[in-house]
Design a protein around this ligand. Sequence first.
Ligand SMILES: *Cc1c(COP(=O)(O)O)cnc(C)c1O
Length: 360
Amino acid sequence: MSRAYNFCAGPATLPETVLTQAREEMLDWRGSGMSVMEMSHRSDEFVEIAETAERDLRELAGVSDDYAVLFMQGGASSQFAAIPLNLLGEKGSADYVNTGIWSKKAIAEASRYAQVNVVASSAEQNFTTVPDPASWSINPDAAYLHYTPNETIGGVEFDFVPDSDKVPLVADLSSTILSRPLDVSRFGLIYAGAQKNIGPSGLVVVMVRKDLLGKARAETPTMMNYQVIADNGSMYNTPATYSWYLAGLVFKWLKEQGGVAAMGEINQRKASKLYDFIDGNDFYANPVVPRFRSWMNVPFTLADEALNGAFLEGAEARGLLNLKGHRSVGGMRASIYNAMPEAGVDALIDYMATFARERG
Ligand SMILES: *Cc1c(COP(=O)(O)O)cnc(C)c1O
């Protein structure tokens, strides 16, 4: 068996030790005589797995009892609808910041339920930066302010938490959750699809301040109603049990690595190395304003686009997989989430240097 370095944006690489442990526990979870996949979600065993995962997540991310932590389904995209349905309350409008493709999707879906106010956009800069918060026209009466701290496709990441004053701040943390320290108390709601930094796809983690619960519109689907999900410990229906279990293994792994602060240092080092190499080599380029370059997703282009195919082929031959950029932007993208070891980044840089020397 050989494991490649998988730079896929999502579903993304998982820590090898997590997969090994899952394999060891596959047929018989700790003497239960069955796989976690086969357990009743009401069993003592699974309830322990679920509660441990939530406890570890709360500890890692520093989530206080003022917040409910929900393990929901339907990925981050289902939250694009759940958020307005749950949070609009009496108010008709919500503020959104547009920094790229995921922002735009969130805006499009919310527009079906709310009057969406785009308070700032980096469209004119081709989504290569974060609009200066001094220029945002925030509505103090908005139900919430939504933004995307890390644009997975554009490779743009906020290095600050916007000040939304009394308006609840809502963040799509799908591709950056647990990758560096974050003050959760600044937010009204955080959500993250699991398949980048947490575990298998389909699962979505929602952290919501409890005072924001109970305001869902009457027509909100029961399965999207945060109050219902919170009251039922995320088990109103059968939860994604195996994904929840795997997420729990990833949280344990993160704790063993030293937690989010330690991951932040490693991630910054990994990203800096790659950007430094790109900036120092005429053959490669990254268009993002340096301050807002993502630590998680690094898009880059080759000086000669005709060589894209050869670049990808050579990478694959070395076990460097899924470097092709998103179809909407082209070029390349290396996603270097928590589970991508530093050695994977080193191997990529080594290959890029060789390719530029031989073909550039
Ligand atoms: C991947 C991603 C999504 C979509 O997640 P799904 O689980 O596929 O719905 C949404 N937002 C961001 C920032 C993402 O990276």
